[in-house]
Design a protein around this ligand. Structure first.
Ligand SMILES: Nc1nc2c(ncn2[C@@H]2O[C@H](COP(=O)(O)OP(=O)(O)O)[C@@H](O)[C@H]2O)c(=O)[nH]1
Ligand SMILES: [Mg+2]
Ligand SMILES: [Zn+2]
Length: 353
């Protein structure tokens, strides 16, 4: 049993209750989102939820739809095993991105976040300019930023010093933490930042170690993982965004990578920071080489030959895959939606509906 106030429902939200809450409606927080499907978390558990009909014709922009971290009013049905989402509370803070297209529009990433961890890998992903864009995004939404550099095990202490100096010299005033998920160095300092009742969000490119960090937090606490995610692994693999309650009472939201956040243009997104691979690919036998199984692939050859590390290669492939996700056919997307449907079903099953 967790009080709503333990989940971040403070005086600020409390003061809005009389405007929003109607008879028979309860308050809960959005804890997982995948397109039109939601999970909400209340004092005792997570429950699959759907939007009330009015959302489908009253909402003008996707910004008005509930997103991860939102506080909402709900009505339960089917013996409290399903819920309808009625109202979204005003957002205290928010993380949103500009969406692609000619018209400037915004898409929500997460709401009611106290601290955003801007995660970059020391190894390949380090880019102060991109760090700045995330910092602006956080500042715009009233969210405190903390920079987290991962994979310190892959560079020398001197190289790490250089990176920290580069951040300092570019007038970034946010706190900076450096850690390795492999050796565990710096992990305690990271964990100490987390305060119970507060909500944190991991932001950053794909492959920098966000989910590994989350798993480490869950694993080390050896907390009853049911309370952590409801279905354990299922959420990690299928839900697009999820809010996890950690053992010591803080909440953490993992987000998909940067392409999903649309911070960078399509071509820039994948190739920026991978200029060496772009150079190599000019020598692949096929101009449209995917650098996975194609014969005569200069990129694979470089990995085999040792001039390109496996880690860097797989980071590139991962980022590329993520960007390709956006060009998936409608049918493929439907397939992914179904995967989320299975996930919702497994939550229901766990609750022995
Ligand atoms: N060497 C090293 N590898 C890491 C570290 N953290 C994560 N990884 C690896 O980086 C890859 C991507 O990690 P993942 O957590 O999926 O990144 P995400 O896309 O940001 O969630 C995985 O193969 C991890 O094992 C780290 O601190 N050091
Ligand atoms: Mg991840
Ligand atoms: Zn190739």
């Amino acid at each position: 049993m967790m009080k709503l106030s333990d989940m971040g429902f403070d005086q600020w939200f409390q003061s809005q209750v009389s405007d929003l809450r109607q008879e028979g409606r309860d308050i809960a927080r959005i804890s997982a989102v995948d397109r039109g499907s939601f999970l909400i978390r209340n004092q005792t558990r997570e429950i699959p939820a759907e939007l009330a009909g009015r959302f489908y014709f009253q909402v003008e922009s996707s910004i008005d739809l509930p997103c991860i971290g939102d506080w909402v009013t709900v009505q339960y049905h089917n013996n409290d095993t399903a819920a309808i989402i009625h109202e979204v509370f005003p957002r205290k803070t928010l993380l949103r991105r500009k969406s692609a297209g000619e018209k400037v529009d915004f898409q929500m990433i997460a709401a009611n976040i106290d601290v955003a961890f801007i995660v970059q890998s020391c190894h390949f992903d380090f880019n102060v300019r991109r760090m700045d864009r995330y910092l602006v995004m956080a500042a715009d939404g009233g969210v405190e930023p903390i920079v987290v550099l991962t994979k310190t095990d892959l560079i020398t202490p001197e190289e790490l010093e250089q990176k920290l100096a580069a951040i300092k010299s570019s007038d970034i005033t946010a706190g900076v933490l450096a850690l390795s998920n492999i050796t565990g160095i710096g992990f305690d300092e990271f964990q100490q930042v987390l305060v119970s009742g507060r909500t944190y969000c991991l932001l950053g490119s794909s492959g920098v170690g966000k989910t590994t960090l989350l798993n480490r937090l869950i694993g080390q606490d050896s907390f009853d993982t049911k309370a952590v995610s409801g279905t354990g692994e299922g959420i990690h693999t299928t839900a697009r965004r999820q809010l996890v309650v950690l053992n010591q009472g803080s909440m953490l939201i993992d987000t998909p990578g940067m392409r999903e956040l649309g911070l960078l243009g399509v071509s820039e997104g994948v190739n920026q920071g991978f200029e060496d691979i772009v150079q190599l690919s000019l020598h692949c036998r096929y101009p449209d080489c995917g650098h996975t199984q194609e014969p005569g692939c200069a990129v694979r050859d470089a990995v085999t030959g040792g001039s390109l590390t496996e880690d860097r290669y797989s980071s590139y492939i991962k980022l590329k895959k993520e960007s390709e996700y956006h060009e998936l056919s409608y049918l493929d997307k439907r397939k992914k939606d179904r995967a989320f449907g299975h996930f919702i079903k497994s939550v229901k099953k766990q609750m022995k509906v």
